[in-house]
Design a protein around this ligand. Structure first.
Ligand code: TYD
Length: 211
């Protein structure tokens, strides 16, 4: 099973992922965790370029370059980590996946969303999450939670991040069988309870399909 944790910056994914991993392991499942962009050597190098490169004047990174770099990191992640883990029968927990590109570069960056899906299909070879868990928080809350210096994408204007939030909600509404939206404004425990329910549902669906 392949699960992606998604949502705007500061929505609380990094708190929930270790909780979910431990819970799945306690049920006897093997779990592989990865983050995007990154987790592979190539992906971490691309991450440096994407998040921390100087972005000024004529050398400003174009949206399309940005998209293709995210996709290159993703292609490597699928080849090196995700596909092998799924083939071993493990659960893969990804801190972001293709939905982030659809929403950040598409809804936020105003690239064509359909094109992003097509490129995503090619980059991943069709290895896509069974379940996207979208943690949703208003921008003001997300900003108040930010502790360190904003990276290149976090430094985008508020209007970009507003479009990202709307995009996550719209995309989730388009594919309700693959997406669940959970308010990130609740306590850590309340959010985790809802994540567990969504994952339980997915697990039992698979059990019933196995027979
Ligand atoms: P990260 O530090 O992992 O942020 P977070 O902890 O919020 O997940 O940085 C990833 C940043 O890259 C984040 O701002 C979202 C953005 N991003 C995209 O714009 N497109 C993508 O396809 C992915 C995977 C991430």
């Amino acid at each position: 099973m392949f699960i992606a944790l998604e949502g705007g910056d500061g929505a609380g994914k990094s708190t929930q992922i270790p909780l979910l991993k431990a819970w799945l392991e306690a049920r006897g499942l093997k779990v592989t965790v990865c983050r995007e962009p990154g987790s592979t050597q190539l992906g971490e190098s691309i991450r440096e370029i994407l998040l921390f490169s100087k972005n000024e004047g004529i050398s400003r990174m174009s949206r399309m370059s940005e998209l293709l770099l995210f996709m290159a990191a993703r292609a490597q992640l699928v080849a090196e980590i995700i596909r092998p883990a799924l083939e071993r029968g493990e659960v893969v927990l990804a801190d972001r996946f293709l939905l982030s590109s659809v929403v950040y570069q598409g809804w936020g960056g105003e690239l064509d969303v359909e094109q992003i899906r097509q490129i995503g299909q090619i980059a991943t070879g069709g290895v896509l999450p069974d379940l996207n868990i979208v943690l949703d928080v208003p921008l003001s809350v997300a900003k108040a939670r930010r502790m360190d210096e904003p990276d290149r994408l976090e430094s985008e204007a508020d209007a970009f991040h507003e479009r990202v939030r709307v995009g996550f909600l719209a995309e989730a509404a388009l594919a309700p069988e693959k997406c669940v939206v959970i308010s990130g404004e609740q306590s850590v425990e309340a959010i985790f309870d809802q994540i567990k329910k969504a994952v339980e549902r997915e697990l039992s669906l698979r059990d019933s399909e196995a027979f």
